[in-house]
Design a protein around this ligand. Structure first.
Ligand code: FES
Length: 107
């Protein structure tokens, strides 16, 4: 099922939107001319990533500083061992909207 998240007209560099789909919090990010959709949940203790900041093409969790690649959700640094990658979702463009075809499974 397609869930529209952002109108293509609203896309601008630096866009950082938090949206909820089927009870899962997602972040829509437009950075360095690329669109990313990632789960708003750190792979460490599950804290929300929207409170973090960007470094290059990663998002850095504000709690313990672990950074995740925006493109695939993999850990970009590893200061802690007990940390998983973050779910990322394929970006779908449909009828003027950017969104996800969502089945709740992530990548
Ligand atoms: S909860 Fe995100 S780095 Fe620990």
């Amino acid at each position: 099922m397609f869930y529209p998240l952002v109108s293509e007209d609203e896309l601008k560099e630096g866009l950082f939107e938090k949206k909820e789909v089927e009870g899962i919090s997602l972040l829509v990010i437009f950075r360095h001319s690329k669109i990313y959709i990632i789960e708003n949940k750190c792979g460490h203790f599950g804290m929300p990533l929207h409170k973090g900041h960007f470094e290059e093409d990663t998002i850095v969790c504000s709690y313990h500083g672990i950074s995740f690649n925006l493109s695939d959700g993999e850990i970009a640094n590893r200061p802690y061992e007990n940390c998983a990658s973050v779910n990322t979702f394929e970006v779908v463009s449909k009828e003027g909207f950017i969104g996800v075809e969502f089945s709740g499974t992530g990548k």
